[in-house]
Design a protein around this ligand. Structure first.
Ligand code: DC
Length: 229
């Protein structure tokens, strides 16, 4: 028997616990974790700061050439996102970005640039990547694909709690509204809409804990990691 490294793609709706699950699964398996949503958030931050018009393709192309996104592991062993050498991990999580990221990530040129980078990061395998199109577009050959969903109110409640832990106080209705709007844009956009890949395994996280989500994905990964030589 031979143990080989695989690619694990975790897609699904906003605030289902994809990132938390993916990060923990990567830690347990000794894999690299890549948060593809952070890349779209970093692009959105750049576009907002530079006042890039979302309807001007030339401006967008020029801006994309100026953007360098990288990830580093900090002293607490968690991944931080860098935009042109500056840590933007906290800034990309606030509502200013959450409100604008779906329209930015619906732009074809933005997606092409990000997908190319994501594929490079996954070349060596041994990676867990979460997002919206990882199992359908970025790594259609991924050995394990998970598609996560959960009740909207439960997702909003969890997201609100997460923001509160970072001292960001926000009304629950506002979080529900943001999640609904993002789901709507993410599932109906022309470019790589959020879809379950036919071979993805569905995981409804409404009534399960993060620990249970992680255990399930690790179990599935281990089952696929062992391939007969
Ligand atoms: O995972 P997240 O909520 O941080 O992602 C932020 C946004 O980025 C999400 O609303 C849609 C977009 N996104 C995407 O279009 N494709 C991905 N692979 C990941 C995220």
């Amino acid at each position: 028997m031979q143990i080989s490294k695989i690619v694990i793609a975790i897609d699904g709706y906003s605030a289902c616990g994809k990132s938390t699950t993916a990060r923990e699964v990567a830690r347990i398996l000794g894999y690299r974790y890549i948060d593809s949503g952070a890349m779209y958030r970093a692009v959105t931050l750049y576009f907002l700061n530079q006042h890039i018009s979302l309807t001007n393709p030339k401006e967008i192309d020029r801006a994309l050439q100026q953007i360098n996104i990288s990830f580093k592991i900090n002293a607490r062993n968690s991944t931080e996102t860098f935009l042109n050498g500056l840590c933007v991990e906290e800034e990309i999580r606030d509502m200013r970005i959450s409100d604008q990221v779906s329209p930015v990530s619906a732009i074809k040129a933005v997606r092409e640039a990000m997908v190319a980078q994501q594929r490079k990061l996954g070349k060596e395998k041994g990676i867990v990547m979460d997002g919206r199109d990882i199992g359908t577009v970025v790594f259609p050959e991924a050995e394990l694909k998970i598609f996560m969903s959960a009740d909207t109110n439960v997702r909003a409640f969890r997201r609100q709690k997460e923001l509160m832990e970072k001292n960001i106080l926000i009304n629950l209705d506002e979080v529900i509204e943001n999640i609904r709007k993002r789901d709507q844009i993410d599932t109906t956009r022309t470019e790589s809409p959020l879809r379950k890949a036919p071979d993805a395994i569905e995981l409804d996280t409404t009534y399960i804990t993060i620990e249970e989500q992680v255990d399930e994905v690790v179990r599935l990964a281990i089952a696929r990691k062992v391939t007969p030589s």
